[in-house]
Design a protein around this ligand. Structure first.
Ligand code: FE2
Length: 247
């Protein structure tokens, strides 16, 4: 399995505070069936000052440690980019880091936002052939009140990533309900752990896989957990990016 959203790099954001804890997360991820992780530290969220160079250097260092310890987990660079009025400018200046060196970027919506502002950004991204993946919409306060925005954003080329713990109900009833509604409507393109530590939001997807398998069968699991993430890493464009269901 490929986990496209995980805060696993040591001492960069609110993920593991040191290498030992990062290695513990890697061991747990491998035990739960994950083979590749895109490391996505918080980026431009006003709290953590992380640059693309810092992420790339950290991935190199972490990879060396994993190899030394014979832990078979591939870690790729990425970022969880908080959407702001200057997101497009930062992209044009080359300051934003894509997911695994692809044309896909992981964006986090602000808690409160104006729909038209996001649609304008999505159109600007499309002009630049950037494919936005929106992180955990089921946990966003504005989306929770305006579910009608989900298909509108998909129509504007956005893909959606749900958190594994929302699928299993561990993020509360509201996120659980929205996540499953999105699965049933074919609006979930990825499920990722958004892991932060071995205890709080661990980097594991196995429980979410079991739940999706029970509800939607092996095909749904293959699409959401394997094929779609693999398309990011292969640099290919997913089908269904114009609002067509992918499952
Ligand atoms: Fe995150």
């Amino acid at each position: 399995m490929i986990d496209i959203h995980c805060h696993i790099l040591p001492d960069l954001d609110d993920g593991p505070s040191n290498m030992e804890k990062a290695v513990d997360m890697a061991l747990l991820a491998v035990r739960s069936g994950t083979t590749q992780i895109i490391a996505t530290p918080h980026f431009k969220n006003g709290v953590f000052e992380v640059s693309s160079e810092m992420v790339i250097d950290s991935v190199k260092m972490f990879t060396r440690v994993l190899e030394e310890k014979k832990i078979s987990l591939k870690v790729l660079p990425g970022a969880e980019i908080r959407i702001s009025p200057d997101s497009c400018l930062l992209l044009d200046q080359g300051e934003l880091l894509p997911l695994g060196c692809s044309r896909y970027y992981l964006f986090e919506l602000p808690d409160i936002f104006i729909k038209e502002g996001i649609i304008t950004l999505l159109r600007q991204l499309r002009q630049r052939e950037v494919i936005p993946v929106i992180a955990h919409p089921e946990r966003n306060r504005t989306i929770q009140r305006h579910l009608e925005m989900i298909p509108e954003f998909i129509f504007e080329n956005a893909l959606f990533q749900i958190t594994g713990k929302s699928i299993t109900g561990e993020n509360g009833k509201r996120s659980f309900k929205i996540a499953w509604n999105m699965v049933k409507e074919g609006q979930v393109h990825f499920v990722a752990s958004d892991g932060h530590s071995i205890r709080h939001r661990p980097p594991c997807l196995d429980d979410a896989v079991k739940a999706v398998k029970k509800a939607g069968g092996k095909k749904a699991v293959r699409t959401i957990f394997e094929e779609n993430p693999a398309k990011i890493l292969a640099g290919s464009v997913m089908s269904g990016v114009r609002g067509k269901r992918v499952i």
